[in-house]
Every structure is written in structure tokens, then in C-alpha cells.
Ligand binder design. Structure first.
Ligand code: GLC
Ligand code: CA
Length: 566
């Protein structure tokens, strides 16, 4: 194993050292590695089985030592948790299960002291049905002015018993639920693109826009460095809410223009937000979770006067195959160049099967996989895919636990599942709990240091094998995935040519492999099941497997990535 050649030690709070790198003068975020924390599942400080802000705070030194630049926190706001916190009842409050605003403040301060930036999740497409506005809109009945902040409509049919249009919820079933009038009679319907507990805001109403500008300022004043914007493509709906004209609409998502997604009107919202972000010192950023039909449409969200980054879901959806990877890398870089935005790269998040399990299965199964597949193969490919991702120009997103090589938990019993789309017919992604299982830190008994007491609870059960995958078990083992991530992030900090810029120079390489140069750095990738012998490009820096350098030649191991100094 050569993965430990790099010196992983680095001084605390050296964000500025990294900022001196090539991308830095143009913005810290252009080549940042951003680590997603899913608060429910990261660290539980009080032993109630649910992760919380003090837990995250206590583990910040781990993230600093891992070598990431910023931490994105999935929602921790006051919420009935109908969609694990993506149903917000109060955008300015911390849910008691996660802690208090004081805990959030302390977390932000501690992170900054360690040189880590903090990005929070903003959920502007919909609120919780327990949000005060929605509750009042229901209580006050059809005449309530608050109704116009959501999409209430009379039903069709003789007695209004049919939904106002044919839209389907992303989580399955109709996108409309009928409300009850204050006198108990059936009333108007309201729109929810996701669960019924997540009514969509009406962004044509100026009070909604005002409220979100104020929420942005609230968190910016708290010191956050940016926002990940949930369902950024969904806020504006086509005028008149026209029918789509057919069922099975989930299949159309991401390919066709839908009347509720990627409407041009969303861009005005992001232009107004950009002005607010720019009023604050220290380069605060906005990151779009935007599913659009083409990468060019995604680039619209990151024009110079809009947001800073958009997730690259095309990359996430690409199989472990050299030609396909090269194609999507070129496409991603080409699409962002005209708008001068960095490309982002992501392999895992809280909505999709972890990449160690995706790559363990045959390609084409999508992002909700329920079979473990060939675990060894999945892990080899996952390690290689990560080294490839971290060698590309732009910003990379890591999802908690991928640095431990965690697989998805594909055999969770139905009784423990909490994903709301699991409980709705024909939802597209009812199996997201498999990537949300609390991560193992130490010890031999569940919850493996996730909570303070051995034998204590965790909101989803952890597999017995996870003892071997804990941070403690992997630390210091040069063959471990954790040490591979640590080494890779350390090399990325030292080598300004990684991350920076927008170009990769492809080098000739045999079929099924990739080789590209970035300044004084070369990355080689073998996506085949066979070893491949090539001339050694330079001095080996890091290998996801056992690269053998023999004279002037090297043998690229099956399903591996190697980094070279040239
Ligand atoms: C985003 C989130 C997902 C959530 C949905 C509705 O896609 O990532 O977890 O369920 O929005 O808010
Ligand atoms: Ca807790």
C-alpha cells in the first residue's frame, strides 16, 4: 500500500494556507471539499439515539483532521420530522431533539476556530404542515389571506372531490391533499410536491420572498458561510398549474420540462439572494440542489449573478466505466465554463444508495438499490471513484461515512423504516434509510460510539459488521478507507494543481482506463476487472489499491485509481 506516502499532519485552522492555492483568489469554494453531515446520524451527545448539534460539535476536530474545507449540515430546524427535517416548522429555531440556537452558535464558532466553514440547508420550496402560516391558513378557512402563501385550489368534479390537476408527488400518489374547512366540511386542496406534510409555498406571493430573504439574513448574521438550497428548481410553478397529461410522471423527471420544475422564474429569486450573500464579508455561498433536464439548464443556476455551485447529479448517476466517466467529466466541465462556475462532483448523499453499494451491483439499477451486491468489488470501486473525483478540477462533496467505506444497509426491517416515500405507493425513493444509518465511531458494541453508552439506542439499527468499520478500527491502518481519504485530502491540499482550474488534459491510455494530467499531477484509473500495464507516468503519490511500479512500468490494479507526481 502506498496510500500513506503523504504527510497527513497539518496545522489547525490553516484554511488560509489552503486559500493561498491557485483557485483561492477567486473564491474558497471553487475547489473546496465539502463534507455533508446528516445530523440525525452523525453523533448523539445525550444518548437518546438521535444525533444532535453538541454531538457534531464534539466531532469537529475529526473533520478538521480528515482535511475537509467545509461542512454542510442537513436540516436541524424545528420540525415534526415527517421527512427527516426537510419539513420545517420554524426556520429560525433548532429542533429540541438537535439542541438549541446556542448550540448552533457554538458549533459555528468552533468550526471557524478550526478553519472549517459551515453551510446550512435551506428548504424554500415547502414548509411543514405545522408551520404557523399553514396552520393559520387552515384554521382561518378559505378567506384567510395566508392561503395565498401556499397553493390552495378548489377541487374538480361535482363536489370538488377530484384534485385540481394531475400532478403526482415525488414521493408517490397525487401531489394534492384535500383540506378540511374549519366547520369540518371538505375544503380546498393544497399542493405538495413531496409528502402531504410538506405544503409547497406560493413564490408569487411577496410575503414568501420577503420571509426567505429575512431567513437568509438570520443565518448569515449567525455566521454561516453558505446555504445548500433544497429543491432549488421547484420554487416557481408554471402559471395556471397546467396538467401534465399522463401518469407515471416520475419517469419524466430529469428528462422533460415539467410545469413544477426548472421554470425560468426561479432565477430571479437566486439573483435577489446573491445580492444578500454578497453584502456579507467572507464569500458566503449558495449551492443549488437542482434537477434539470440538461447540464446546460443546471449551469443557469450558477451564472455570475446567481448561486455559486450546483450539484452534479449527472456525475453521481454515472456507472464505473471509463468511457462513460470521461464523457460526463468533459460534459460537466464544458457546461460550467461559459458561466465561469466551478464544476462540482458528488458520489453519495442522504437521498441515494451509497456509492460503495451502487458500484457493488450491476449498472443501471438507479439510486435506490436494495441488494448488497459484491461488497469487495463495490468497496474497491468506491475507493477508486473517490480518488478520481478528488483529482478533478472543482469542488467535491463527501457524505458522512463514505470515508469509512460504509455500504448501504440494504436489509433494514420494514418496521424501522422512516423514509416517508416508503409509506406512499410508487414513491421513487422509499429506501433512503439505508444510507442514513448512524455511523460507527468506536467500540465493539452498537451504537459504536455514535451515542455515549455501549448498548444504547440509535434511531436506525446498525449492522454488526460495522464494528470493524469504525473510525477507531480504521485509524492508523494504512490499508483502511479512512486513511486513504485522509491521505488523499492531505495531498489535495499540498498539490495546488488538484481541484484548481477547469481543465483536464486527457492522455492516451488503453481501453477501460483513463489517464489525465493536471499541471504537475497525473491521475490514472482502471475501471476494468483486469490489471493493465502502462508506462509509469511519474512518482506514485497515492493508490486506491496495490499499484506496482516496476522499472519504468506500472501495473494498474483492477478497479483502481492512482495519483502521480510528474
Ligand atoms: C431534497 C432532499 C430530500 C427531501 C426532499 C424534499 O431532495 O435532499 O431529502 O426529501 O428534498 O424536501
Ligand atoms: Ca441526541
Amino acid at each position: 500500500m502506498t496510500q500513506n506516502l503523504a504527510d497527513t499532519s497539518r496545522p489547525a485552522a490553516d484554511a488560509t494556507a489552503h486559500e493561498a492555492g491557485a483557485g483561492a483568489s477567486r473564491g474558497w469554494w471553487r475547489d473546496a471539499v465539502i463534507y455533508q453531515v446528516y445530523p440525525r446520524s452523525f453523533a448523539d451527545s445525550n444518548g437518546d439515539g438521535m444525533g444532535d448539534l453538541p454531538g457534531i460539535r464534539s466531532r469537529l476536530p475529526y473533520l478538521r483532521d480528515l482535511g475537509v474545507d467545509a461542512v454542510w449540515l442537513s436540516p436541524f430546524y424545528a420540525s415534526p420530522q415527517a421527512d427527516a427535517g426537510y419539513d420545517v416548522a420554524d426556520y429560525r429555531a433548532v429542533d429540541p431533539m438537535f439542541g438549541t440556537l446556542l448550540d448552533a452558535d457554538a458549533l459555528i464558532r468552533d468550526a471557524h476556530a478550526l478553519g472549517l466553514r459551515i453551510i446550512v440547508d435551506l428548504v424554500p420550496n415547502h414548509s411543514s404542515d405545522q408551520h404557523e402560516w399553514f396552520q393559520r391558513a387552515l384554521r382561518e378557512g378559505p378567506a384567510s389571506p395566508l392561503r395565498d402563501r401556499y397553493h390552495f385550489r378548489p377541487g374538480k368534479g361535482e363536489n370538488g372531490e377530484l384534485p385540481p390537476n394531475d400532478w403526482e408527488s415525488i414521493f408517490g400518489g397525487p401531489a394534492w391533499t384535500r383540506s378540511e374547512n374549519p366547520d369540518g366540511t371538505p375544503g380546498d386542496w393544497y399542493l405538495h410536491l413531496f409528502a402531504p406534510e410538506q405544503p409547497d409555498f406560493n413564490w408569487e406571493n411577496p410575503a414568501v420572498a420577503d420571509e426567505f430573504r429575512s431567513i437568509l439574513r438570520f443565518w448569515l448574521d449567525m455566521g454561516v458561510d453558505g446555504f445548500r438550497i433544497d429543491v432549488a428548481h421547484g420554487l416557481v410553478k408554471a402559471p395556471g398549474l397546467p396538467d401534465i397529461g399522463g401518469g407515471d410522471q416520475l419517469k419524466l423527471l430529469g428528462n422533460d420540462v415539467m410545469p413544477f420544475f426548472d421554470q425560468d422564474g426561479v432565477h430571479e429569486i437566486y439573483r435577489s439572494w446573491r445580492k444578500i450573500l454578497d453584502e456579507y464579508p467572507g464569500q458566503r455561498i449558495g449551492v443549488a440542489e437542482a434537477w434539470t433536464p440538461t447540464v446546460q439548464r443546471t449551469a443557469n443556476y450558477v451564472r455570475p449573478d446567481e448561486l455559486h455551485q450546483a450539484f452534479n447529479f449527472q456525475y453521481l448517476g454515472t456507472s464505473w466505466e471509463a468511457a462513460e466517466l470521461r464523457g460526463v467529466i468533459d460534459l460537466s466541465l464544458d457546461s460550467m465554463r461559459p458561466v465561469d462556475a466551478p464544476t462540482t462532483w458528488v458520489l453519495s448523499n442522504h437521498d441515494v444508495t451509497r456509492h460503495a453499494t451502487r458500484f457493488a451491483n450491476e449498472p443501471g439499477l438507479g439510486t435506490q438499490i436494495r441488494t448488497p451486491g459484491d461488497r469487495g468489488l463495490g468497496l474497491r470501486r468506491a475507493r477508486a471513484a473517490t480518488l478520481l473525483m478528488l483529482a478533478l478540477p472543482g469542488s467535491a462533496y463527501l457524505y458522512q461515512g463514505e470515508e469509512l467505506g460504509l455500504p448501504d444497509v440494504t436489509d433494514l426491517p420494514d418496521e424501522v423504516r422512516q423514509d416517508p416515500s416508503f409509506f406512499r405507493q410508487a414513491g421513487q425513493d422509499g429506501y433512503r434509510d439505508g444510507c442514513r444509518v448512524p455511523i460507527p465511531w468506536s467500540g465493539t458494541e452498537a451504537p459504536y460510539g455514535f451515542g455515549p453508552t455501549a448498548g444504547g439506542p440509535s434511531w436506525l439499527p446498525q449492522p454488526a459488521e460495522w464494528a470493524e468499520l469504525s473510525v477507531e478500527a480504521q485509524t492508523g491502518d494504512p490499508t483502511s478507507t479512512l486513511e486513504l481519504y485522509r491521505s488523499a485530502l492531505a495531498v489535495r491540499r499540498e498539490q495546488a494543481d488538484l481541484g484548481a482550474g477547469t481543465e483536464v488534459e486527457w492522455l492516451d491510455s488503453p481501453a477501460g482506463t483513463l489517464a489525465f494530467r493536471r499541471g504537475s499531477f497525473v491521475c490514472t484509473v482502471n475501471t476494468t476487472a483486469e490489471p493493465v500495464r502502462i508506462p509509469a507516468p511519474g512518482r506514485l503519490l497515492l493508490s486506491s489499491a496495490d499499484a506496482v511500479v516496476d522499472g519504468g512500468e506500472t501495473v494498474l490494479a483492477p478497479d483502481s485509481t492512482d495519483w502521480w507526481a510528474v
